[in-house]
Design a protein around this ligand. Structure first.
Ligand code: PMP
Ligand code: GLU
Length: 402
C-alpha cells in the first residue's frame, strides 16, 4: 500500500463539529436508537411548494441539464442584485453578484480570493465553526476576539482596535449570530462602522439569518449606514435558512467588482456554476410570494420561546435570549467537570456533549467548536414535541451528574 501524504495545508484544519454532531445523531437514529438531535442548523420545514413547482416545471424544459454562466444566470443575478440593493439601500449591478453552491462556498471563495499568507481576519467569538478553518485554508490567520455575554455578544470598537495589526484585512460580522442568536443594534453597528473606516478594513457581512429576527429585534445592514461603508462591505447571503432550502445548495456574494471577478475565477477553476435547477428554484424563492418566510419565522419564534423557558428552568443553566437565527446557546459550565453515574469525569463541553448523546439520547453541539467552551448550542428549528422531549432529556441527564 502506498503511503498517502496529506497536504500540510490541512494540519490546522478540524472537521466541522456541527456536521459531525449531526452525522453522529443520524447514525444512532439509523441504528434504531431513539435520539433527539438539536445538532445542525437546518429548518425542519419542507421547501415551500411554489419553489418546488418552479424546479419541477424546469425539469421539462431543455436547459436545466446544461451548464450556466459560472457565477449564475443573469436572470438570477439580476434578481439578487435587486433584492440586496433594496435591503442594503445601495446600488448593485448583476456583475457584482456571484452565485455559489451555498453561502459556505461563497465564504470559501471569498477568503481564497482575498487573503495572502499571514493576512489577518478578525473573528468575534462565539463564531460560526467554519470561519477560522476557512481563513486558515486560504493561508490567512484568524484573530479571535472574545465578546462578552454582558455586551450581548457584540464586539466593541475598543476590542477591534486592540486586535488590529498592520496585516488586518477584514472583520466578520454575523448578525443574527450563529451560535448566540445575538442581533447587533443600530448603535452597535454604527460604532463598528466607525472603526472599520478608521482602520481601513473590509466587513464580511454574513447575512444568512437576516430575515430570522424576533420580538423587537431589527436587522441592521452595515452597508446601509454610509456609502463609505457600503464600499467596504462584502455581502454574503443565501436561501438555505430563509426558505428551508439547505439541500439545494445556493448562496451568493455581492461586493466590489474586482473581488467578485477574482472569486468567479476561482469558481471557474474549481466547481463551475452552482446547480442549474437550484438556480431556478432560488429565482422562484426570491421573486415569488414571501408569506412562507413569515409563517416559518412565526413558528421559529414560538419554539424559541419554549426552548428558552425550558432551558432556564434547568438548575444552574443560564441562557440569554436569542433574538435571531434559530439557536439557543446556554451556559452549562456548572456541569463541566462533574462525574457521571457510569463513573467518567466530563472534563469539558465536548465530553459532556458526547455523554449527553450516548447516555442522555439528546444531541447538542459543544460550545468550544464556536470558541465558547462551557456552552452548548441547540437548534430550535425542530418540532415543539422534539423541543419538549429533548430539553426534558437534557434536564434529566444533567440532574444525574455529581
Ligand atoms: N453562515 C452561517 C452563519 C451559517 O450558520 C451557515 C449555515 N450553514 C452558513 C453561513 C452557510 O449556509 P449554506 O452553505 O447552507 O448556504
Ligand atoms: N450552518 C449550520 C450549522 O451551523 C449547518 C451546518 C454547517 O454547515 O455548519 O449548524
Amino acid at each position: 500500500m502506498p503511503q498517502i501524504k496529506i497536504s500540510s495545508r490541512l494540519d490546522p484544519i478540524k472537521p466541522s463539529i456541527t456536521l459531525a454532531v449531526t452525522a453522529k445523531a443520524a447514525k444512532l437514529k439509523a441504528d434504531g436508537v431513539d435520539i433527539i438531535s438539536f445538532g445542525a442548523g437546518e429548518p425542519d420545514f419542507d421547501t415551500p411548494e411554489h419553489i418546488k413547482a418552479a424546479a419541477r416545471a424546469a425539469l421539462d424544459g431543455k436547459t436545466v441539464g446544461k451548464y450556466t454562466e459560472v457565477g449564475g444566470t443573469l436572470q438570477l443575478r439580476t434578481a439578487i442584485a435587486a433584492e440586496l440593493a433594496r435591503v442594503h439601500h445601495t446600488t448593485l449591478t448583476p456583475d457584482q453578484v456571484l452565485v455559489s453552491s451555498g453561502a459556505k462556498h461563497s465564504l470559501y471563495n471569498l477568503f481564497m480570493a482575498l487573503l495572502d499568507p499571514g493576512d489577518e481576519v478578525i473573528i468575534p467569538a462565539p463564531y460560526w465553526v467554519s470561519y477560522p478553518d476557512m481563513v486558515m485554508l486560504a493561508g490567512g490567520k484568524p484573530i479571535i476576539v472574545e465578546t462578552r455575554a454582558e455586551d450581548d455578544f457584540a464586539v466593541t470598537p475598543d476590542q477591534i482596535r486592540a486586535a488590529c495589526s498592520g496585516k488586518t484585512r477584514a472583520i466578520i460580522l454575523c448578525s443574527p449570530s450563529n451560535p448566540t442568536g445575538a442581533v447587533y443594534t443600530r448603535a452597535q453597528i454604527e460604532a463598528l462602522g466607525k472603526i472599520v473606516v478608521e482602520k481601513d478594513l473590509l466587513v464580511i457581512s454574513d447575512d444568512i439569518y437576516r430575515q430570522l429576527v424576533y420580538g423587537d429585534a431589527v436587522y441592521t445592514s452595515i452597508a446601509s449606514i454610509s456609502p463609505e461603508l457600503a464600499a467596504r462591505t462584502i455581502l454574503v447571503d443565501g436561501v438555505s435558512k430563509t426558505y428551508a432550502m439547505t439541500g439545494w445548495r445556493i448562496g451568493y456574494t455581492a461586493g466590489p467588482l474586482p473581488l467578485i471577478k477574482a472569486m468567479a475565477k476561482i469558481q471557474g477553476q474549481s466547481t463551475s456554476n452552482p446547480t442549474n435547477i437550484s438556480q431556478v428554484a432560488t429565482l422562484a424563492a426570491l421573486t415569488g410570494p414571501q408569506d412562507c418566510v413569515a409563517t416559518m419565522r412565526a413558528a421559529f419564534d414560538e419554539r424559541r420561546q419554549e426552548m428558552v423557558k425550558l432551558l432556564r428552568a434547568i438548575p444552574n443553566v443560564t441562557c440569554r435570549e436569542p433574538k435571531g437565527a434559530f439557536y439557543a446557546f446556554p451556559d452549562v459550565s456548572a456541569y463541566v467537570g462533574k462525574k457521571s453515574q457510569e463513573g467518567s469525569i466530563l472534563d469539558d463541553d465536548v465530553q459532556l456533549c458526547d455523554w449527553l448523546c450516548e447516555v442522555g439520547k439528546v444531541a447538542v453541539v459543544p460550545g468550544s467548536g464556536f470558541g465558547a467552551p462551557g456552552h452548548v448550542r441547540l437548534s430550535y428549528a425542530t418540532s415543539m414535541a422534539n423541543i419538549r422531549e429533548g430539553v426534558g432529556r437534557l434536564a434529566t441527564a444533567l440532574a444525574t451528574l455529581k
